[in-house]
Design a protein around this ligand. Structure first.
Ligand SMILES: Nc1nc2c(c(=O)[nH]1)N[C@H]1C(S)=C(S)[C@@H](COP(=O)(O)OP(=O)(O)OC[C@H]3O[C@@H](n4cnc5c(=O)[nH]c(N)nc54)[C@H](O)[C@@H]3O)O[C@H]1N2
Ligand SMILES: Nc1nc2c(c(=O)[nH]1)N[C@H]1C(S)=C(S)[C@@H](COP(=O)(O)OP(=O)(O)OC[C@H]3O[C@@H](n4cnc5c(=O)[nH]c(N)nc54)[C@H](O)[C@@H]3O)O[C@H]1N2
Ligand code: SF4
Ligand SMILES: [Mo]
Length: 719
C-alpha cells in the first residue's frame, strides 16, 4: 500500500486516522506507519471538530509508545521498591489470582480496592468495567481522581440538578460572555468542555461581551483576556456576593426562579449578609468589580459562569460550586442558548435518571463521610491500608494512575503501599506508585487499541463521536486492561465482564460489542434498525473515520429535560447549602504569617506522566512563584533556594519572584519529583508538591471529601 493512503489495518504501512486520548479535546490525528512502526503523528484536517488542531503532546505521543523505558512484559517484584524481574503472563496472572482468592476467602471483598486514574476516562468503558471487576470480587472501594478534581462539582450538580454525572458546562459556541473561575484553558485545553478549537470560541466571546478570568495567577488565559485577581480559596465570597447583588439590584430572572426552581428565597435570605464589601475583605476583589461583574453577567442574555479545578480543592469547594450552579440559574442562564447547558453521552440510553449511587447512600470507612458518586476518597488510600479493623484494605489494583504523585502525602502512601498483601499496577511505565507493586502488568498505549469517544464528548458544544481502530499492533507483550481483568476472573472461576450473570460463562462479549450495543440504543444510535440513519460502530468505522458530528446544535433548552430532581426543578436550597453558607460566614478573618499555596499546569506536562519525553521537558524547571512584595518582606531574591513547609512535610524549591501571582499566595505545579522507571523524568528538577499537602480526613472538605491542595497555608524560609 502506498504510504500516503489511508488504512485501518493495525500496523499496515500508510496513514491511520485516529484521535488523541490525552485530554478532553480529543483532537483528530493522522499517524504515518511504516514497517509496523510510527513514523510521524500530525493533525487530522478532516476531523469535523478539531479541523486540524493538535498540540505538542499529541504529536509527541510516539515517544511514549516507543519509549525504551516502557514496560513490555509482566514484571514481578524481587527486592526493594522498583526492583523487578520479567515473568510470563501465565506466572503473573496465576499468582495474582491465587493471592487474590486467598484474600477474598479470608477477608472478603471489602479488603480489595481499585484505583483508576485519569487516562482511564479516555478508554472505552474503562471506568465501568474496572468497577465491574471489583464488584465481581465483592469489592466496592473505587478510588479515582474524583476527590482531587471534580468531586465538589459532581456534588453541586447532584444537589441542584439531581445528577452528579450530567455535567453542566458553558455553551461556548454561542455565548457572548464567559466568566471563568479557576480554569486555564490555554494550557489545559479545556476541562469538562470538549472543544479542541476553544481558542477561536473564546476569542469570539472576548470580542463580544468578554471573557473574565478569575484566578490568583495572571495565567496564560488571564493574560489574553480580562483578569480579575483573587485570593486562593476565597471564591465562595466572590460568587456569593455576586448572587447577593443580583437580588439586591432586582436582576434575578424571576420567571425562571418561580417556574423552574425551588428554594431561591431561602438562598436570597441566607446571602443577605454576604455583601460585596464583606466579600472584598475576604477575596481581594473590590466591591465595585463584584457589582459590575454581576450586572454585566445578568444583562448579557447569552452568558455563563464556569468553574474548574481551581474551584474544587479549597476549604469551600462544594459551596463555591453550589453557588456557581445557582448563579447560572438565578441569572436565567441555565438551559439557554449561549448559556449553561448539559449534553448527551453517545453511549447508553438517553433520557433516563443516572444510576450513580446517591450522595449519602455510602460512607467512607476512613473519616466517615458521605461518598460522592460512590467513589472512595483518594485521601484515605493510605489510611485504608494502615487502619486495622473490618474492611482493612489488603489488595489494590492501580490502573492508569499514580496516586503517590497525584494525592496528598505521597510519603505516607508510599509506606502504606509496602504493607499490602497484593499490589498490582496496570501501566506501561513503572511510576512512583507502581514501583511499590508486587506485579506491574504492561498495558497498551492508545495507539495500540480501538476506542470510541464514549464519555467526554457529552460535554461538547459541537457534539461528535469517533471510533478509532488500533494504529499499530501491541508492542511487546502489552495487553488490554479488559483482557487482563477477564484473565484474572477466569482463573478465579468467575464470569467474564459483561457476561450474562445467569449464564455464569467465561465467554466474554468483546468490549466493542458492548460499546456498539450501547451506541446503538443511545441518542445517536440506529436503535437496531428503527433509525436507519443512526450510528453503529461499523458505520463510524466505514463512513466516518475522522469522526461524525452527531447534531448540528444541541437544543440548550433540553438541558431542563435532564434535571433529575424529584420536582424537575433546580434546587437552590439544600441543608448542605445552608450549613456551608453559615460556615463561610462564621469564618474569622485570619491574619497569619502564612502564604497560601496553589498549583498550575504546564503545556508539555500531563499530570505526572509525560515527563519522559525529551521534546516536552527540555526546558522544564518548576519554580515556586512569589509576589515581589512577599519576597521583599522576607528578603528573598529570584532564583534563591527556599524551603516550603507544612505540618505534613517540607520540600525545597527554587524561587521565582513575579507579580504574576497575587500577594499572599505562592504557586507550584504538581506531578514532579520522579523516581519511577523513567530515566529522563527522574533527572528532571522539581519536587512532588503533594508531599506537603495533608491527607488527614479532618483536613478534607467535609461535604465532598475533596482534598485541599489549592490555597493551603505554607511557610517559606531560605533553604
Ligand atoms: N497538587 C495537585 N495534585 C493534583 C492535581 C493538581 O492540580 N494539584 N491535579 C489532580 C488531577 S485533576 C488529576 S486528574 C490527578 C491525576 O492523577 P492520576 O490519574 O492518578 O495520575 P496521572 O498522573 O494522570 O498518571 C497516569 C498514569 O497512567 C498511565 N497511563 C496512561 N495511559 C494509560 C493507559 O491507557 N492505560 C494504563 N493502564 N495506564 C495508562 C501513565 O503511564 C501514568 O503512570 O492528579 C491530581 N493531583
Ligand atoms: N497541559 C496540560 N493539560 C491538561 C492537564 C495537564 O496536566 N497538563 N491535566 C488535565 C486534567 S487531569 C485536568 S482536570 C484539566 C484541568 O483543567 P483546568 O481546570 O483548566 O486546570 P488548570 O490549568 O489547573 O487551571 C486551574 C486554575 O485554577 C487556579 N486556581 C487555583 N486555586 C484557585 C482558587 O482558589 N480560586 C481560583 N479562582 N482559581 C484558583 C490556578 O491558578 C489555575 O490557573 O486539565 C487537563 N489538561
Ligand atoms: S490538545 Fe489534548 S487532545 Fe489535542 S493533541 Fe493536545 S493533548 Fe491531545
Ligand atoms: Mo484531572
Amino acid at each position: 500500500m502506498a504510504e500516503n493512503e489511508f488504512t485501518q489495518i493495525a500496523g499496515a504501512d500508510g496513514q491511520h486516522r485516529t484521535y488523541c486520548r490525552l485530554c478532553e479535546a480529543q483532537c483528530g490525528l493522522v499517524v504515518e506507519v511504516r514497517d509496523g512502526q510510527i513514523e510521524k503523528i500530525g493533525p487530522d484536517r478532516d476531523h469535523p471538530v478539531s479541523e486540524g488542531h493538535v498540540c505538542i503532546k499529541g504529536t509527541s505521543f510516539a515517544a511514549v509508545t516507543c519509549d525504551p523505558d516502557r514496560v513490555l512484559t509482566p514484571l514481578k517484584r524481587v527486592g526493594g521498591p522498583g526492583e523487578f524481574t520479567s515473568v510470563s503472563w501465565e506466572e503473573a496472572l496465576d499468582d495474582i489470582a491465587e493471592r487474590l482468592q486467598a484474600i477474598v476467602d479470608r477477608h472478603g471483598g471489602a479488603a480489595i480496592g481499585s484505583y483508576k486514574g485519569n487516562p482511564a476516562s479516555f478508554a472505552t468503558l474503562h471506568s465501568t468495567y474496572g468497577a465491574l471487576f471489583l464488584k465481581a470480587l465483592g469489592g466496592f472501594k473505587n478510588f479515582n481522581a474524583v476527590q482531587i478534581d471534580t468531586g465538589a462539582k459532581n456534588l453541586a450538580q447532584e444537589l441542584v440538578f439531581g445528577s452528579g454525572t450530567d455535567w453542566t458546562f458553558p455553551d461556548i459556541e454561542n455565548a457572548d460572555m464567559l466568566i471563568m473561575i479557576g480554569a486555564n484553558p490555554l494550557v489545559s485545553h479545556m476541562s469538562l468542555i470538549a472543544e479542541p478549537r476553544f481558542l477561536q470560541k473564546l476569542d469570539r466571546i472576548a470580542a463580544s461581551e468578554g471573557v473574565v478570568v478569575i484566578d490568583p495567577r495572571r495565567t496564560e488565559t488571564a493574560h489574553r483576556y480580562e483578569h480579575v485577581p483573587v485570593m486562593p480559596d476565597s471564591d465562595a465570597w466572590l460568587v456569593g456576593a455576586m448572587i447577593h447583588h443580583l437580588f439586591e439590584a432586582g436582576l434575578e430572572d424571576r420567571d425562571v426562579l418561580e417556574a423552574r426552581s425551588s428554594g431561591w428565597e431561602q438562598l436570597r435570605e441566607a446571602l443577605k449578609p454576604l455583601t460585596p464589601e464583606l466579600a472584598e475583605s475576604r477575596c481581594g476583589v473590590s466591591a465595585d468589580t463584584i457589582r459590575s461583574l454581576a450586572e454585566r453577567f445578568a444583562r448579557t442574555p447569552k452568558a455563563a459562569c464556569y468553574g474548574r479545578v481551581g474551584t474544587n480543592r479549597g476549604r469551600f469547594g462544594t459551596l463555591v460550586n453550589l453557588l456557581i450552579e445557582s448563579l447560572n440559574v438565578v441569572a436565567g442562564k441555565f438551559g439557554r442558548d449561549g448559556g449553561w447547558i448539559t449534553g448527551l453521552a453517545p453511549i447508553g440510553k438517553a433520557g433516563e435518571r443516572p444510576l450513580h449511587p446517591r450522595y449519602g447512600s455510602m460512607r467512607s470507612r476512613i473519616g466517615d463521610l458521605p461518598l460522592v458518586l460512590g467513589s472512595t476518597p483518594g485521601g484515605s488510600l493510605a489510611a485504608e491500608i494502615t487502619t486495622p479493623g473490618e474492611g482493612q484494605m489488603r489488595a489494590l489494583f492501580v490502573d492508569s494512575g499514580n496516586p503517590v504523585l497525584a494525592y496528598p502525602d505521597g510519603e505516607a502512601l508510599s509506606e502504606a503501599l509496602e504493607q499490602l498483601d497484593l499490589l498490582v499496577g496496570i501501566d506501561f511505565y513503572i511510576n512512583e506508585t507502581t514501583r511499590h507493586a508486587h506485579y506491574v502488568l504492561p498495558s497498551l498505549t492508545f495507539l495500540e487499541r480501538e476506542d470510541i469517544t464514549d464519555y467526554w464528548v457529552r460535554n461538547a458544544p459541537r457534539p461528535w463521536v469517533q471510533f478509532s481502530t488500533a494504529v499499530i499492533e501491541p508492542q511487546g507483550e502489552a495487553r488490554h486492561e479488559f483482557d487482563i481483568y477477564n484473565a484474572i476472573l477466569a482463573r478465579m472461576g468467575l464470569p467474564a465482564l459483561f457476561s450474562d450473570p445467569e449464564a455464569r460463562s467465561n465467554e466474554a462479549p468483546g468490549l466493542m460489542e458492548v460499546a456498539d450495543r450501547m451506541l446503538r440504543i443511545g441518542p445517536f444510535g440506529d436503535q437496531f434498525g428503527e433509525n436507519p440513519d443512526g450510528l453503529t460502530i461499523e458505520k463510524l468505522r466505514g463512513e466516518h473515520p475522522s469522526g461524525a458530528r452527531t447534531a448540528e446544535r444541541f437544543e440548550p433548552e433540553d438541558s431542563w429535560s435532564r434535571v433529575w430532581t424529584d420536582d424537575a426543578k433546580a434546587q437552590l436550597w439544600h441543608e448542605v447549602t445552608q450549613a456551608e453558607i453559615a460556615r463561610l460566614l462564621g469564618e474569622t478573618d485570619k491574619q497569619e504569617d502564612k502564604l497560601l499555596l496553589f498549583g498550575r499546569r504546564k503545556l508539555g506536562s500531563l499530570n505526572s506522566w509525560m515527563h519522559n519525553v525529551e521534546r516536552l521537558v527540555r526546558n522544564e524547571a518548576p519554580t515556586l512563584m512569589m509576589h515581589p512584595d512577599d519576597a521583599a518582606a522576607r528578603g528573598f531574591f529570584d532564583g534563591q533556594a527556599v524551603r516550603i513547609s507544612t505540618p505534613t512535610g517540607s520540600v525545597e524549591a527554587l524561587l521565582e519572584v513575579t507579580d504574576e501571582v497575587v500577594p499572599g499566595a505562592v504557586c507550584y505545579p504538581h506531578g514532579f519529583g520522579h523516581k519511577g522507571g523513567w530515566q529522563r523524568a527522574n533527572d528532571l528538577p522539581g519536587v512532588n508538591i503533594n508531599l506537603i499537602a495533608s491527607s488527614r480526613p479532618e483536613d478534607w472538605e467535609q461535604v465532598s471529601g475533596n482534598v485541599h491542595v489549592d490555597g493551603f497555608p505554607v511557610s517559606v524560609e531560605a533553604a
